[in-house]
Design a protein around this ligand. Structure first.
Ligand SMILES: NC(=O)c1ccc[n+]([C@@H]2O[C@H](COP(=O)([O-])OP(=O)(O)OC[C@H]3O[C@@H](n4cnc5c(N)ncnc54)[C@H](O)[C@@H]3O)[C@@H](O)[C@H]2O)c1
Length: 431
């Protein structure tokens, strides 16, 4: 941040580093530039940085036109050179927190902390905020010691530290980074004040936690809540099928209760960087600290992880009802991303469904315009309209909104719909 442009229209916090330019970091960087801040988008992935410099986005929620506008302001510098961090006021960490052999892998947080720590300066009172989802205690016990060791400064005295969980919901047109309430926390009162002040400049509504661990736990609780409830309806769907009851209509009925009920729907399984991973962070932490298993998480994992296999079982049964084996069947799969209108296919149930079907000898073509072009076997952006009828069965895995499902249903011989896209017909079976 040597000769840098002036920040515009913001308070005391103006020069920002967002470390990690992925699904969380890039939208945050864009919103911060919009709010008038000067932002370095730091990422170790040089291909991503080259793409950002060209103004080409790889995140569905940020189109390339928006990104180009942000680049043109001169207040956004994508970079894989850590020297660009020099002189920051606020550094926000949005790096991945995956699992390694089922346990939390904090190596990305540790590595970026080593880097950020080098740019903490005595007397500048800079602020470092962790946004990556993780178990309670990570900020205090993992991030702070690294920052202190590398900088030789004291957290809460020479620099500020906070945790603010990200709640971004890719593809959600209603709730954006800006209008979704943002939980903030700090190591000390002054840390909290600084963190809240910064987020107040980019978010409409800032909610303060009473400590780092509360904020960390709130985030993993939100995702665990979703994970458990999805598992509940997935298990119900399997039983309802055997009982001969329409689970989708049943869930619509239950959802008419105006209080004490929240609607969740069955699906092919959970994916992305959150639900398959975050509850495992919480369960690991509870087991390690308290010595007991988090039974809800274990049960939800068991059910949701088995769901792709259940989808294949249902497809097998459906084909069987038409005297067709899976072996040799031509399957047209709609959707590869883990959720609607997203290009994110990390941990997507579609990956396992695709592999299982191919393993059983089916020929599988996948249509997903959001994922196409990423070099994944069998995935294409579109299919000729006259080709749909050449497949034995259409399998709807992701309900992207760019697909004409009425046409899919009209032209297909058989359909298994795991999302309930709303096109009923005799040859359409719902999960
Ligand atoms: N994707 C979501 O919907 C979502 C929502 C809420 C929270 N989160 C959480 O936010 C965090 C980030 O998730 P994401 O989906 O943005 O991941 P991502 O993989 O899309 O992006 C992370 C980026 O960090 C970069 N990176 C890794 N190590 C680095 C380092 N040492 N220095 C600089 N950059 C580094 C990677 O190259 C990558 O581009 C995770 O903890 C995730 O659980 C994600």
């Amino acid at each position: 941040m040597g000769s840098r442009p002036e920040a515009q229209g913001v308070g005391t916090v103006q020069h920002l580093v967002v470390a990690g330019q992925g699904y969380v970091g890039l939208p945050l960087a864009v919103e911060a530039v919009r709010a008038g801040h000067v932002v370095v988008g730091y990422d170790v992935d040089e291909r991503k940085i080259a793409s950002l410099e060209r103004g080409t986005s790889y995140i569905a929620d940020i189109d390339s036109e928006t990104l180009s506008e942000i680049v043109r302001t001169g207040r956004y510098t994508p970079s894989s050179h850590c020297r660009e961090m020099k002189g920051f006021d606020v550094a926000i960490i949005t790096v991945p927190t995956p699992l390694r052999d089922g346990d939390p892998d904090l190596s990305h947080i540790e590595s970026v902390a080593e880097t950020v720590g080098r740019f903490l300066e005595r007397g500048r009172r800079q602020t470092v905020v962790l946004e990556s989802t993780t178990y309670p205690g990570t900020t205090r016990d993992v991030l702070v010691p690294i920052l202190e060791r590398v900088s030789k400064l004291t957290a809460g005295v020479d620099f500020h530290v906070g945790f603010s969980p990200e709640r971004i919901d890719p593809g959600n047109g209603t709730w954006s980074f800006r209008n979704t309430p943002k939980i903030v926390s700090g190591l000390r009162d002054e840390c909290l004040r600084r963190v809240a002040e910064f987020y107040g400049s980019v978010c409409d509504d800032v909610v303060t936690a009473r400590g780092l661990e509360e904020a960390e736990l709130a985030k993993v609780m939100e995702n665990t809540f979703r994970h458990v409830n999805i598992a509940l309806v997935n298990e119900l769907a399997a039983f309802a099928d055997e009982l001969g009851i329409d689970v989708w209509h049943t869930l619509d009925l239950a959802a008419t209760k105006p209080f004490g009920y929240m609607k969740f729907t069955p699906g092919p399984g959970v994916g992305g960087h959150c639900l398959p991973i975050d509850p495992a962070y919480l369960a690991w932490h509870v087991k390690k600290q308290v010595g007991r298993p988090f039974r809800f998480v274990e049960t939800a994992n068991e059910i949701n992880r088995a769901q792709p296999r259940y989808v294949v079982e249902r497809l097998t049964r459906l084909l069987n009802s038409r005297r067709m084996p899976v072996n040799g069947a031509k399957v047209l799969m709609y959707g590869y991303a883990y959720k609607k209108d997203s290009s994110d296919h990390r941990e997507s149930p579609a990956i396992e469904i695709h592999a299982l079907l191919k393993g059983l000898g089916a020929t599988v073509d996948v249509v997903d315009s959001f994922v196409a072009g990423q070099g994944i076997e069998d995935v294409q952006g579109a299919i000729g309209p006259d080709r749909i009828s050449q497949y034995d069965v259409a399998l709807i895995v992701t309900d992207h909104s760019d697909i004409d499902y009425e046409k899919v249903v009209r032209d297909s011989k058989l359909v298994l719909d795991t999302r309930n896209v709303g096109c009923a017909a005799d040859h359409v079976e719902l999960l």
